[in-house]
Design a protein around this ligand. Structure first.
Ligand SMILES: Nc1ncnc2c1ncn2[C@@H]1O[C@H](COP(=O)(O)OP(=O)(O)OP(=O)(O)O)[C@@H](O)[C@H]1O
Ligand SMILES: [Mg+2]
Length: 389
């Protein structure tokens, strides 16, 4: 069928033609934003899910909805090893500047910009060509301790007050939260806690791998009550069917019921897999009715694309020794896996595998489940590893 009209959107963060099965999370975010704007207590949200389940697209959609509702929205993605202070600085500056343009918020926002200048120097952030618009006398003691746990709440409060005065709110979106250091995550949680206590219209929606729930709890025990933790998992069968069928119908084509059922079943509802397969099927099928043979004939090509892309980029980040480790996991069958079984399969002691385990976790490839087992953070990865032999 005409590739120009192919509606599907395989790829990291690509907005799908039909964002299926996520209404309850979108509603929860809408309610939190609306309550925050009204000065009522509102919970921040952490979207938890494996690789390719649709966290980034959901985060973006939440951001769009919030903008429509009148909030200022900042988006950051935490790369491995970057400090939160540096990530947030330019975003906080943009927000303060936007708020300083509103008469009612101007004086607080200006004070916020002073605080930010202190903050930048305390955290060694170069601020080339900054012109905050006033020859502000400095204000010692404002956001300048160099300890994020004290300085970030100072700035959040000023943003919150300025937003309140301007009749706005601030939504901070942070993707890949699992890459934040524990100290940074703690500072963020402390800041959001202050916002909640003071009824400020400031919220965060974060996204990342499932281990964030435990990381947050370890950073601050009250994190559990501060956030909602919706799971962003595989789509349920009817949502998965809708994600595939609706875009096809909207392009004036059709898919046979058995063909649709095959896609839903074999992808197990994983969004990355659905988009990729549907996209390949669209290009290969004669149409306008997509049949079961069309779907089946496109399966091998889809797997090959995923193996070369989605799966391969993950494994390319591992060292040889780390690859041996994940191979041993995959050869044990489906997860979760007991560390003792992995050690046994590799003929190694538990202790000697500690460093590899920690490194692979920090690369975001595997994670430790609630019961201390290990599992892959990439869905269907065990099958991929077994195809590699
Ligand atoms: N609700 C959905 N319905 C249909 N397709 C979706 C849905 N959510 C995401 N997708 C598709 O799934 C793919 C992966 O989405 P996305 O990049 O947001 O996942 P992710 O969870 O952020 O992955 P990663 O952990 O690797 O960053 C994209 O091709 C996207 O279009
Ligand atoms: Mg993502």
């Amino acid at each position: 069928m005409d590739p120009y009209r192919n509606p599907f959107a395989p790829g990291a963060g690509s907005r799908p033609p039909e964002l299926a099965g996520r209404d309850s999370t979108l509603d929860a975010a809408r309610i939190s934003c609306g309550r925050a704007m009204m000065g009522k207590s509102a919970r921040s949200i952490m979207l938890l899910g494996l690789r390719g389940t649709g966290k980034t697209v959901l985060l973006n959609e939440i951001g769009r909805n919030a903008e429509e509702a009148g909030l200022l929205v900042s988006r950051v993605e935490s790369p491995e090893g970057e400090r939160l202070a540096r990530l947030l600085y330019p975003e906080m500056r943009k927000v303060m500047r936007a708020l300083s343009g509103v008469e009612a918020a101007k004086s607080v926002a200006m004070r916020g910009l002073k605080g930010l200048r202190n903050f930048a120097s305390a955290f060694n952030i170069e601020v080339a060509g900054v012109n905050i618009g006033v020859e502000a006398e400095s204000e010692p003691g404002l956001a300048d301790s160099g300890d994020l746990q004290y300085d970030l709440p100072d700035l959040f409060i000023l943003i919150g007050k300025a937003a309140q005065a301007a009749g706005r709110g601030w939504l901070l979106l942070i993707d890949e939260v699992q890459y934040l250091s524990e100290a940074d995550l703690r500072a963020l949680i402390v800041s959001l806690h202050r916002m909640a206590q003071e009824g400020m219209p400031v919220l965060m929606v974060g996204a990342g791998l499932p281990q964030i729930a435990r990381m947050a709890g370890e950073a601050k025990s009250y994190a559990e009550r501060l956030f909602l933790f919706p799971a962003v998992g595989p789509l349920d069968p009817s949502s998965a069917a809708q994600a595939v069928e609706k875009p096809i119908v909207e392009e004036d084509a059709e898919i046979a019921a058995d063909a649709l059922a095959a896609v839903v079943e074999r992808t197990k509802g994983y969004p990355f897999f659905l988009q990729e397969w549907a996209s390949v099927v669209w290009n290969n099928a004669e149409g306008p009715l997509i049949t079961l043979p069309d779907v089946e004939q496109s399966y091998a090509e889809t797997l090959a694309i995923l193996d070369d892309g989605f799966f391969k980029v993950r494994i390319d980040r591992l060292t040889k020794a780390e690859v041996q480790f994940v191979k041993a996991m995959a050869n044990l069958g489906e997860g979760p896996y007991a560390m003792a079984d992995i050690a046994k399969a590799m003929g190694r002691t538990l202790n000697s595998l500690g460093p590899a385990r920690a490194n692979i976790i920090s690369k975001g490839m595997i994670y430790s489940t609630d019961h201390g087992y290990l599992d892959f953070s990439v869905p269907l990865f065990a099958e991929f590893m077994r195809r590699q032999n």
